[in-house]
Write a protein that binds this ligand. Sequence first.
Ligand code: SF4
Length: 346
Amino acid sequence: MNKKPLIGLTLQQLREVVASVGLRPFAAKQMASWLYVKRATTIDMMTDLPKAARERLNEEYCIGLVAPKDAAISVDGTVKYLFEGVGGRDIEAVYIPDGERATLCVSSQAGCKMNCQFCMTGRQGFNGNLTTAAIINQVLSIPQSQSLTNIVFMGMGEPLDNLDAVLDAISILTEPWGMAWSPKRITVSSIGKLKELRTLLDITKVHIAISLHNPFATERAKIMPVERAYPIRDVIELLGKYDFSHQRRLSFEYIMWRNVNDSPKYSEALVKLIGRLDCRFNLIRFHVIPGSDLQPSTTAVMERFRDSLNQHGITATIRASRGEDIMAACGMLAGKANPQQDAKES
Ligand code: SF4
């Protein structure tokens, strides 16, 4: 029998587990501490639980930590980890050290349904949602786990397309019974599924990053088909109802393509679109992917674009590119050993 993983369970779910082996509800907090704080690797390490209960737990459950299958290390120190995924597709998480910060970019799905034309993940279809255990395993099982300072849900998949698992993962990361991180250390990046975005905004305090990439609806729809279902105007209208002036941060992701979305016409349209929204822009260098004609904007053009936004009072920065040599940079995750070869064959 396949044993069920304990990591990924919320306090409420752990209460059901402890009840099933005859323990009182407070034992759920003890288990959560062993799983998420003391990082137990076996149920037998939970020595404040009675031996008989541990034996019963061992019959049905395991801790559920699964080490990465592989790792690739970039010249810039970024490390891309490959994990067992679902539906035949592995998934990736990217560890990004940067001075005092150590960020892990986690995946929420194996593949993605959103089909963004600039994204390796999106171009290779959808194989399934990750469980909460599979999301939390990325955080707990890498060698640098204890030194992480930030988590970004920017890996493979659209987090709001797997909302329940992502919300449970955020609970485990932020609740006092779990890892007790400040929500300010967590960012969820999304294309902006409206109903799910509202839920995320209402019940968490994590930072929000929205993939924008083009202010003109018809042009955006060509590279992000999701514009037809969730127009960026509606996303911005929803965001306008929330406070991003302190505590919680809102940023827009803007990948820059040569002669596509990098002229003054676009920066001016962005300024109009954003209006008075409290936000910042991350301008992202495009990493050429197989099978796409899109090309990156030059550094000079990106700097002019950034300056133009800044002059209109919008904080804009050019995001440093990390892990390009190991296919770990933005939009390059594929969950395959050799995604370049894979793309040529398709
Ligand atoms: S950019 Fe994000 S939402 Fe779009 S296809 Fe890639 S993973 Fe999915």
